[in-house]
Design a protein around this ligand. Structure first.
Ligand code: HMG
Ligand code: MG
Length: 310
């Protein structure tokens, strides 16, 4: 029995921000290594516009390849980002063609900052919510779980500090849409233990009570820009959060949170997350030894892709 859920987002958040494009076979191997590391979920890719994120243009091919190599242990979840109906079409086609559930969950994504929402998805927060309405309905009709991401839950690279009330209000909109869980993203790693707890308190106060009684409905997605992510994990654990995203080898960052010459740093390293959780006396299913193998492989494929991109 595990106390805390761990979701590795490296194949999506990690690779979307790389200057080079990682080969499909290497992505496949990374997903497989993570699948056997004992993490609960792997966010495998995004069905987004290849013009916006060329690094993940092979999303369909990756999922089709995952379908032909059924190595996923029972209980491990594969998820993918879908920003709109077009992305949802592809996610559903993967499962239809495979004749089984390769993808178990789809993730819609919006923000608590209007400017970030526009830069990330060419849509206002309100427009993203309207786009999600049919996506969530189709997911439910096809027995897929749905995650709703909120970015910029502490600060926005363009607008600065974001109020906990803004995060709470977007979270409530997602809950009302019928998502199964909400992932709160500190996109640029601006959080401190105090600001993270204040944000969590505001979100919880805005959500219906079933959201606060179920440990796995709220998830924290931390980037480690200023090296404070581990402290924020401890504060969130103390505040009752039992589900966290992380990225093996600390890969990642959102391309639209970067400034020229200053790419957004990565997610909290999965090994650091797992160690932090264990140091506080909680259990996870993840093995730091297996994660070390995945991390070494992740570093090697990213540096090969960087070299080939010049
Ligand atoms: P748009 O340009 O406004 O869309 O982009 P559009 O509907 O006008 O379509 C433009 C073109 O894109 C068309 O193709 C569409 O067919 C195509 P064309 O006719 O020009 O050849 N298109 C698509 N192609 C494939 N898959 C799709 C899709 N949709 C349209 N799903 C759109 C709107 C949302 C598509 C675009 O802005 C986009 O793809 N954005 C994604 C950006 C992204 O992936 N950001 C990173 C993920 S979020 C993140 O990292 C934060 C997170 O980690 C949490 C945190 O840290 O805070 C989750
Ligand atoms: Mg992120």
């Amino acid at each position: 029995m595990k106390d805390v859920r761990v979701i590795d987002v490296a194949p999506r958040d990690g690779l979307q921000n790389e200057p080079g494009i990682v080969a499909l076979d290497d992505k496949l191997k990374l997903v497989r290594l993570l699948t056997t590391s004992g993490v609960d979920e792997v966010e495998v890719t995004s069905f987004v516009s290849p013009k916006w994120v060329p690094q993940l243009a092979d999303a369909r091919a990756l999922c089709d390849a995952l379908a032909t190599h059924p190595c996923k242990p029972a209980g491990v979840i594969y998820s993918a980002l879908v920003p709109n109906d077009k992305g949802m079409d592809q996610a559903l086609e993967v499962n239809l063609q495979a004749g089984r559930q390769v993808l178990d969950k789809v993730s819609v994504f919006t923000a608590a900052s209007e400017t970030f929402s526009r830069k990330n998805t060419n849509a206002s927060i309100e427009e993203t919510i309207e786009r999600f309405r049919p996506v969530v309905a189709r997911a439910k009709a096809n027995s897929l779980l749905v995650r709703g991401y909120v970015s910029c839950v502490i600060a926005c690279p363009f607008e600065g500090a974001i109020s906990p009330q803004s995060v709470a209000s977007v979270s409530r909109r997602l809950a009302d849409l019928g998502v199964d869980e909400i992932s709160l993203g500190d996109t640029i790693g601006a959080g401190t233990p105090d600001t993270v707890v204040a944000m969590l308190d505001a979100v919880r106060a805005a959500l219906p009570c079933e959201w606060t009684s179920d440990d796995l409905k709220l998830n924290l997605h931390l980037h480690d820009t200023f090296g404070r992510a581990s402290e924020c994990v401890v504060a969130a654990l103390n505040a009752g959060i039992r589900s966290f995203d992380a990225s093996v080898a600390g890969l990642g960052g959102c391309p639209y949170a970067s400034a020229p010459g200053k790419p957004a740093p990565g997610n909290i390293d999965t090994t650091l997350l797992v160690r932090t959780i264990r140091d506080r006396g909680f259990s996870t299913g993840a093995s730091v030894d297996t994660l070390a193998v995945a991390a070494a492989f992740a570093r090697s494929i990213v540096s090969a892709a960087r070299m080939s991109s010049g």
